[in-house]
Design a protein around this ligand. Structure first.
Ligand SMILES: Nc1nc2c(c(=O)[nH]1)N[C@H]1C(S)=C(S)[C@@H](COP(=O)(O)OP(=O)(O)OC[C@H]3O[C@@H](n4cnc5c(=O)[nH]c(N)nc54)[C@H](O)[C@@H]3O)O[C@H]1N2
Ligand SMILES: Nc1nc2c(c(=O)[nH]1)N[C@H]1C(S)=C(S)[C@@H](COP(=O)(O)OP(=O)(O)OC[C@H]3O[C@@H](n4cnc5c(=O)[nH]c(N)nc54)[C@H](O)[C@@H]3O)O[C@H]1N2
Ligand code: SF4
Ligand SMILES: [Mo]
Length: 710
């Protein structure tokens, strides 16, 4: 050893943490802390899912925490809205101004004039989706319905097979036929890939159903390019083939399903020839897919969020969820369907959502309507005059970007934003509040991609005057003079309430044990044994797979979101045909011919990390992938700027001319910050607010545009 290679000093420690992001992988992190400063983050090598690696979005998380442009103090706007001019103020000043503004506006208009906007910038049980719900319920604010991600799929899935964890992702090593349906695993669910790759090495066939030949599709054994929004037609035609060719598992169907005879009758109209017209997939390929899927066991389907993102997204998921029962896939370890294994996690959501504080009948506004709510295009009485944004960046993630921006520009709107950075949303705030990162706060993480619980222990003291979201809402409650004790629970108390520790899945796991180990697998059978529906036992009203859904029949359309949070007094309603059926995409190609998709960026997590130097270098500028034929017709050359437009708005992107997409399809990833885009606009500028058929899901993939050179 030379003298410059000093041994670790006694002040160097390793702290166990968890990636805070809205990502299925929920990685277990190890944070190196030297003299009170976090100097590195790595994946825990002992964690069976993390396997020692973080992704490009997070593997320099300490740089984000210490970034020079990090927000570290409360600030008040000094220039015109959006000018980015702010002055530093104290927390006391910030809190009294917020309380005074909220109170004055409530006195004039009533409490529903205040609207919170939040989503999953942080996924922790403490600091994530439901933090703040108690505060805003107590205030009587407008309730914002949050259906950005999978609420349509959840509604469809739960009404077909029940809220079941489905296949253990680790059991996929045993699968022999793997369908990745609308998901780019290597970019969005990276740590699942080694498991799929191991199955592939062991002889499994990997099929990717996706309009784009992305990096995952390139590694698949079979890529099936499908016309966007037509997956329901494919699933129905697969059922047609499986049933009419006698490839069904009749014993499984007889014992564990409901409505089979009606399904048989229903699918007769959905022949492969018919589906070929809709999907653009040759009828023979549809037959081959159905036959291989039905006869190669264990067969499993992993669905991504994009299957819900068009007019018929709910029925698409219903149809796909019927497939495993038809062929008896659930009999096998590694067979069945994988949507969100979060259903296995007994999180104590009511302790965080605090529905008892909500005044019955309080108005509900869906977040996709934010732009319309702020501009007055959605007639609201009272109007929204105060807005508080935390855990979300609507200028990037919300459809109808132009309206959102115009709304945020309103001089009479009082806007508070809690953030890590001055995002394109925070730039419009009257008051900006600094938030801590995962390295500076306590949390406990569930996962929507595996069966592990992970504790996040703070590695360092909060930087500057940043506070966690839990502390933020304690401070706001105090400023408003609320007396409810439940609003003042400490992080320790919240951790203790985060899970239902007495649930069978939590046996052997305690906060104390997690403090030692950092993470633990839920108390469920091992990946080599887990076949939860070998004997049926589906958590539906009948205990069976409901081809004919009793819930949809009785209830019609409703919203069941990720967290079993029912928007009880704001159900979309309307009757729903209880048997699976086909609903074509809403936006036809009459005016705007090209179907635009906006999947996730490889190097950003939604908009998070979208302004970090390393991630920006990896991701590069906002691009639009377009097929050579469509490009040639429009005189577009690779590497030039193009304008993407429809009636809702427009944005500029660098053309990437490539046959990775089929003719008629163009792709621009979500996540670029408007301020880093050529003309200050991103893909949300052209996305519609319209809902899918079930669960008020978004229809991001149901977007038509025209593209021209600039
Ligand atoms: N790198 C990265 N990882 C992430 C995220 C991120 O922003 N960046 N975000 C996280 C979050 S919040 C989520 S919800 C997940 C989402 O992860 P995924 O479910 O993988 O979602 P997307 O990337 O939106 O879309 C996946 C694929 O669906 C395809 N697609 C679009 N429309 C259709 C269609 O109509 N039919 C079919 N068959 N395919 C279609 C797109 O081409 C895309 O390749 O990723 C998580 N992980
Ligand atoms: N066109 C299109 N739109 C989409 C999608 C798409 O695929 N295409 N995907 C949709 C999906 S699946 C999702 S999940 C949503 C995601 O929507 P969001 O959840 O809004 O997305 P993020 O960009 O991850 O996070 C928002 C902000 O939260 C901040 N944040 C992180 N941690 C904290 C914290 O502890 N405290 C506070 N106060 N702030 C914090 C981050 O800095 C970030 O700016 O977007 C949806 N929008
Ligand atoms: S974003 Fe996902 S893959 Fe990346 S470190 Fe976090 S949990 Fe892991
Ligand atoms: Mo999401």
């Amino acid at each position: 050893m030379t003298t410059t290679e000093l041994p670790l000093t006694p002040t160097t420690t390793t702290v166990r943490a968890a990636c805070p992001h809205d990502c299925p992988d929920t990685c277990a992190m190890l944070v190196t802390v030297e003299d009170g400063r976090a100097t590195a983050v790595t994946g825990d090598p002992d964690h069976p899912f993390t396997r020692g690696g973080l992704c490009v979005k997070v593997n320099n998380y300490q740089d984000k925490t210490y970034a020079p442009d990090r927000l570290l103090h409360p600030m008040r706007r000094t220039g015109p809205k959006g000018s980015g001019r702010f002055e530093r103020i104290s927390w006391d000043e910030a809190l009294s101004e917020i309380a005074a503004q909220f109170k004055a506006r409530i006195a004039e208009y009533g409490s529903e004039t205040v609207m919170p906007v939040s989503y999953l910038g942080n996924q922790g049980i403490l600091n994530g989706l439901s933090v703040g719900d108690g505060f805003f319920h107590r205030l009587g604010a407008t309730v914002t319905e949050r259906t950005y991600c999978d609420s349509g799929a959840c509604t469809a899935y739960a009404t077909t097979i029940g809220p079941t964890a489905g296949v253990d992702p680790e059991s996929i090593v045993h699968s022999r036929y793997i369908i990745l349906w609308a998901t780019n695993t290597i970019s969005t669910n990276l740590h699942l890939w080694p498991i799929i790759a191991e199955a592939q090495r062991n002889g499994a066939k990997v099929v990717c159903i996706d309009p784009m030949r992305h990096r995952t599709a390139q590694r698949a054994d079979w890529h099936i390019p499908i016309r966007p929004g037509t997956d329901g037609a494919l699933a129905l035609a697969m059922m047609h083939v499986i049933i009419n060719e006698g490839l069904t598992d009749d014993d499984y169907i007889a014992r564990h399903t409901l409505g089979y005879d009606e399904l048989v009758e229903r699918v007769q109209q959905y022949s492969p020839e018919w589906a070929a017209q809709e999907t653009g997939i040759p009828a023979d390929d549809i037959r081959t897919l159905a036959r291989e899927y039905a006869t190669t066991h264990p067969s499993m389907i992993r669905i991504g969020v994009a299957v819900e993102r068009h007019a018929g997204g709910g029925q698409t998921v219903r149809s796909i969820a019927c497939l495993p029962a038809l062929v008896g896939a659930w009999r096998h370890v590694g067979g069945g369907l994988l949507q969100l294994p979060l259903w296995a996690h007994p999180v104590n959501w009511p302790a965080f959502m605090l529905p008892e504080l909500r005044k019955p009948g309080t108005r509900v506004v869906n977040q996709f309507l934010l732009g319309r709510a702020l501009t007055g295009e959605l007639a609201l009485d009272p109007p929204i005059t105060a807005l508080m944004v935390y855990n979300s960046n609507p200028m990037v993630v919300c459809p109808e970007q132009d309206k959102v921006e115009r709304g945020l520009q309103r001089e009479d709107l009082f806007t508070v934003v809690s953030e890590h950075f001055l995002t394109d949303t925070a730039k419009y705030a009257d008051i900006v509040l600094p938030a801590t990162t995962a390295l500076e706060q306590h949390d406990l993480m569930f996962s929507w991609g595996h069966f592990y619980v992970t504790l996040n222990t703070p590695a360092i003291e909060p930087l500057g005057e940043a506070v966690s979201n839990t502390e933020l809402f304690r401070r706001l409650s105090r400023a408003m003079g609320f007396e409810d004790e439940v609003l003042y629970r400490s992080d320790e108390e919240l951790l203790a309430q985060a899970y239902d520790w007495s649930a069978p899945a939590m046996q052997g796991i305690t906060l104390e044990s997690l403090r030692r180990t950092g993470w633990a697998r839920l108390n469920l059978p091992s990946k080599d044994e887990y076949a939860p529906h070998r004997e049926g036992n589906f958590p539906t009203p009948s205990g069976k797979v409901e081809f004919r859904s009793s819930i949809l029949e009785a209830q019609g359309n409703f919203v069941l979101n990720l967290f079993r949070q029912l928007s009880d007094d704001h159900q979309p309603g309307g009757t729903v045909d209880p048997l699976p059926h086909y609903i074509p995409p809403r936006e036809g190609g009459e005016v705007y011919p090209l179907n635009l998709l906006s999947p996730k960026s490889h190097a950003y997590l939604n908009s998070s990390a979208g302004d970090q130097p390393m991630q920006k270098r990896v991701q590069g500028e906002q691009t639009l992938t377009i097929h050579p034929q469509d490009a040639a017709e429009r005189g577009i050359e690779n590497g030039q700027y193009v304008c993407v437009r429809n009636d809702r708005g427009r944005f500029l992107a660098l053309a990437k001319v490539s046959d990775e997409v089929a003719p008629g399809v163009v792709v621009c990833p979500l996540g670029t910050w408007p301020k880093n885009a050529k003309d200050g606009h991103t893909v949300a500028a052209v996305n519609p607010f319209a809902f899918a058929d079930l669960g008020n899901a978004p229809t991001f993939s149901d977007t038509r545009v025209e593209v021209e050179p600039v």
